[in-house]
Design a protein around this ligand. Sequence first.
Ligand code: NAD
Ligand code: WQD
Length: 347
Amino acid sequence: MEPLNQKKILVTGGTGYIGSHTTVELIEAGFDPVIVDNLYNSDAQVVDNIQKITGVRPLLEVFDLCDSVKLGKFILKHKDIQAVIHFAAYKAVGESVRNPIAYYRNNLLSLINLLDVMKRYEIPNLVFSSSCTVYGQPEKLPVTEDTPLQPATSPYGNTKQIGESIIRDTTCSDKNLKAISLRYFNPIGAHPSALIGELPRGIPENLVPYLTQTGYGIREELKVFGNDYNTPDGSCIRDYLHVVDLAKAHVVSIKRLFEKKNKSDFEVFNLGTGHGVSVLEAIRSFERVSGIKLKYKITGRRPGDIEKIWADPGYANTELGWKTLSSLDQAMKTAWDWEKMIRSNNL
Ligand code: NAD
Ligand code: WQD
């Protein structure tokens, strides 16, 4: 078989949070990642830090994937791309409710343009960033890949459901195209080097960046959205996985496609730890790893929140040979180290 280091992988959204960690893992596994990102939600400096971690500087091309002309020109320069990992998307749930058109346009048009060039230039392998949001509040837990999908509760979630359908239909119509959709649960933390991590714009919507910013004193206190749910401590439950574990799942998925181990043309995997963690447990984890007593107060429920959800990662464990390795505390510690690093560098 061709050595891995000759395999060029297009990583869309590769300077973003999950994309940058995956680019590091791809380089460390011997692949040649090429990033396309419009830097809407990331910084070109991420490439410097990927280089510091790996010793390799991945190529970054800055343009919008909604621009089919620029994408076509890019692919002509890189006809040797053999697979695509498609991270690029808008991802803020609340913003998608306020501005659905921007979300449908960006997340769907970029995907359609990408599939179009993949078909035209016979790039046969795609890994897609999907989300546990497609399951809504499932009736039975944990969630397997066979758990029925619920109607999307936000335009963002809808773009993931529609995106999966578009990919499934395209693989049906094109015998050369194979795709894997990875449904992430809640990625948290940062690279242990603290050189790359999540850079939330403005006030974070997600729990862990809000928690670490509160610990650092940037936010006055964390609001715990409800303690009257039907859960052991009354707060909501999620499945938080370390972003480095998540990144490694993409490398395994790419290898599966190259080695033609896929069982169908469109496969789906749940990526989580298999353990549910409540908001109050996450706060205690933060307090353990930081030594800080967190200021928080219980407030009302956040509209649209799911009460509890966690993955059954059994299918990914057996079929992909992938499982999470980091504990909640280990992941939380990297989130805290990253928060301190960005603040001390005024990022
Ligand atoms: P991110 O915002 O950090 O990264 C996405 C990157 O894509 C950004 O760098 C952004 O600038 C770029 N981008 C967006 N639209 C683009 C376009 N049209 N053209 C070129 N570049 C574009 O987000 P992330 O957390 O790394 O998420 C990556 C993917 O994973 C997304 O598809 C997201 O929906 C999905 N996902 C994320 C989570 C999570 O909690 N972070 C959970 C489930 C799924
Ligand atoms: C986690 C828990 C909140 C903030 C989001 C997206 C979903 C998917 C995963 C991308 C919840 C509670 C939060 C705060 C809190 N992403 N919380 N105070 O809700 O699982 O989903 O990420 O695909 O689409 O919606 O993650 O981090 O927002 O919240 O109490 O200030 O923390 O109520 O229980 P969530 P989250």
